[in-house]
Design a protein around this ligand. Structure first.
Ligand code: CAA
Length: 241
């Protein structure tokens, strides 16, 4: 019996690598995405992974989207909360919309998604929830009060839900990637990346999305039942949490 996995933000960046790796490992995979239809259709055509469009910052959209995935692919065993955005700005210039968008998409989505899968996982006595947090939730980042707060919030959420879910065979873990070679990091101003970020990474390079996918596969496995409430750090030594 192959397990069903749903990856949010699963058609680009880290999420696309995670979805592909799960499929290669034998999971039945569904990928959620929010806006970029062209990238999603390309991803679907290239990988044969069905894509489902909804905004994870909306509770109602998550409720409807998850129902659709469960009807078309099957009850969700593995949920990877990967969808995330940045709206970088120093706080003294940050607009309320920049704060709200990041908090609702990156952190609100954990409630919206988990609340809509947890009852089924509890009834089936199995689940794997993997939340993609960030190094910047652990250490804070200049220009990211919104993102750092959301990502730190994800770690607290993970630890609390892990405790609630342990007796139901559900594990809940967070991964904290460092700076990974995706469009999100490529959008950081070049001089900032070269002067303030790359020199701080002991391994001397950005991470690759596939390196985060390996972490997800480890935590998603049936055999990973001992791992729950943990924060798996994958940042090339940039921050030793
Ligand atoms: N620490 C300390 N000072 C810093 C700094 C830092 N990390 N970054 C910039 N500064 C300083 C600059 O040196 C500059 O000082 P001077 O005026 O004395 O020269 C001052 O702050 C203003 O810098 P900017 O001109 O860059 O200011 P800005 O307001 O135009 O832009 C910013 C600020 C939006 C934060 C911009 O610097 C930026 O985008 N930084 C990158 C932030 C970042 O790392 N984001 C991560 C995105 S990737 C991601 O989030 C994925 C993940 O999970 C890791």
């Amino acid at each position: 019996m192959s397990r069903v996995a749903l990856v949010t933000g699963g058609t680009r960046g880290i999420g696309a690598s995670v979805a592909k790796a799960l499929k290669a490992a034998g999971y039945k995979v569904a990928a959620n995405y929010a806006g970029n239809d062209e990238a999603a259709q390309k991803f679907k055509a290239e990988n044969g992974i069905p894509v489902f469009k909804w905004d994870v910052s909306s509770f109602e959209a998550c409720e409807a989207g998850i129902k659709q995935v469960e009807a078309e692919v099957g009850p969700i065993d593995v949920l990877v909360n990967n969808a995330g955005i940045t709206r970088d700005s120093q706080l003294h210039r940050m607009k309320p919309e920049q704060w709200t968008a990041v908090i609702n998409t990156n952190l609100g989505s954990l409630f919206n998604m988990c609340r809509n899968v947890i009852e089924g996982m509890r009834a089936r006595k199995f689940g794997r929830i993997v939340n993609i947090s960030s190094i910047n939730g652990q250490k804070g980042q200049f220009g990211q009060t919104n993102y750092s707060a959301a990502k730190a919030g994800e770690i607290g959420f993970t630890k609390a839900l892990a405790q609630e879910s342990a007796r139901s065979g559900i594990t809940v873990n967070a991964i904290c990637p460092g700076y990974i070679n995706t469009e999100m990091v490529q959008a950081v101003p070049k001089d900032v990346l070269e002067k303030s970020i790359l020199p701080l990474i002991p391994i001397g390079r950005l991470g690759e999305p596939e390196e985060i996918a390996r972490c997800v596969l480890f935590l998603a496995a049936d055999e990973a039942g001992l791992m729950t409430g943990s924060t798996l750090t994958a940042n090339g030594g940039q921050y030793l949490a």
